[in-house]
Design a protein around this ligand. Structure first.
Ligand SMILES: NC(=O)c1ccc[n+]([C@@H]2O[C@H](COP(=O)([O-])OP(=O)(O)OC[C@H]3O[C@@H](n4cnc5c(N)ncnc54)[C@H](O)[C@@H]3O)[C@@H](O)[C@H]2O)c1
Length: 317
């Protein structure tokens, strides 16, 4: 499904007009070095937006900025866990482009291992990046977004309402930021600011690719989920949905669309009945995942280790 057909399948001209509104908008995207953040930033820039991009991974961030071109992209190396770095990134964005219309609080990481096996510092780092990072992003950008009656898109996940054993910090963080978005929406509606949360199933990005490579138990867990939960969606489909959501200032962005139906049936999903399919495998799959995590000697992608160790040394996790 293209962006236009997502926006308005019956009226492509109207859909195109709402995409036109993105031209000249200034969009802050965190975690824009790779994956969904990088590709969303490129798509927004192709539609005429100016983008302020942050990441902890400087070479990756530089690549995204180079792909877009420095005339419409500003890259700032900033860890979302650090409020003053995010305030500095926003200040640089405002100085360069005049303000911020939209913030996409996208940076996020995942951990590996059950509650008994996950490295405690990694657990805390996931919560720090995925929850505090969203708060810092919004806190820093909100004054400008209010001035411009803009939009905030908080990147949550299907994980906010579908629990997976071995992913407790990730699941908790994504449920947390979904409700953060619900609170924020109520706080800022009277300023003319809209707030959405994005909920995606598996998207084929480095985050999911790394986890599949690191842990065969994780790859098998995905493969044995009941359909459609076992499917991995391409990044472009996710980007189209994000762009359509930003253009329409949507309350929710679901990728693929069926995630919206799961969101509506979350009470059933989290009931004893809903637990049944997962419980049939959990005892063996968790044991296997934990053994693999022990063998791996880390509870997250290798890419996250530098910033994790920095946070440990600074006593932040
Ligand atoms: N890929 C999926 O299946 C999926 C599904 C649902 C939700 N999500 C969420 O979508 C968002 C993007 O995920 P992705 O799959 O593109 O991941 P990714 O790992 O491919 O890219 C994430 C980017 O965030 C950056 N980042 C990590 N920690 C950071 C920090 N502290 N400060 C700033 N930048 C940081 C990374 O360097 C990387 O460039 C995340 O919030 C993720 O949880 C992903």
């Amino acid at each position: 499904m293209s962006i236009v057909s997502r926006l308005n399948p019956l009226n492509p001209r109207r859909a195109a007009a709402s995409l036109d509104r993105l031209s000249g908008q200034v969009v802050l995207v965190t975690g824009a070095g790779r994956g969904i953040g990088a590709e969303t930033a490129k798509a927004l820039a192709r539609l005429g937006a100016e983008v302020v991009l942050t990441d902890v991974d400087e070479p990756a961030l530089r690549e995204t900025v180079a792909a877009i071109g420095e005339a419409s992209a500003l890259g700032v190396v900033a860890d979302v866990c650090d409020l003053s770095s995010m305030e500095d990134a926003v200040a640089q964005g405002v100085a360069r482009f005049g303000g911020i219309d939209v913030a996409v609080a996208n940076a996020g990481i995942a951990s590996y291992g059950s509650v008994l096996a996950v490295d405690p510092a990694t657990f805390r780092r996931v919560m720090d990046v995925n929850v505090n990072g969203v708060f810092h992003t919004v806190r820093a950008a909100l004054p400008s977004i209010i001035e411009r009656k803009g939009y905030v898109l908080v990147v949550s996940s299907l994980a906010a309402f579908a629990a997976a054993p071995g992913m407790s910090p990730y699941n908790a963080s994504k449920a947390g930021v979904e409700h953060f978005a619900n609170c924020l929406r109520l706080e800022v509606a009277h300023h003319g600011v809209a707030v959405g949360s994005a909920h995606m199933s598996w998207i084929d990005t480095p985050l999911v690719q790394d986890a599949k490579k690191d842990l065969s138990a994780f790859a098998d867990m995905i493969a044995t989920l009941p359909p459609p939960l076992n499917r991995t969606t391409d990044v472009q489909t996710c980007v189209d949905a994000f762009v359509a959501g930003i253009a329409q200032r949507s309350r929710h962005v679901y990728v693929p669309g069926w995630v919206g139906a799961i969101a509506k049936s979350r009470t059933l999903l989290n009931s004893a009945f809903g637990d049944r399919p997962t419980l049939q495998q959990a005892a063996t799959s968790v044991k296997r995942m934990d053994e693999e995590v022990r063998h791996l000697g880390r509870s997250t992608s290798e890419r996250n280790l530098d910033s994790l160790h920095e946070a440990e040394q600074a006593g932040r996790v």
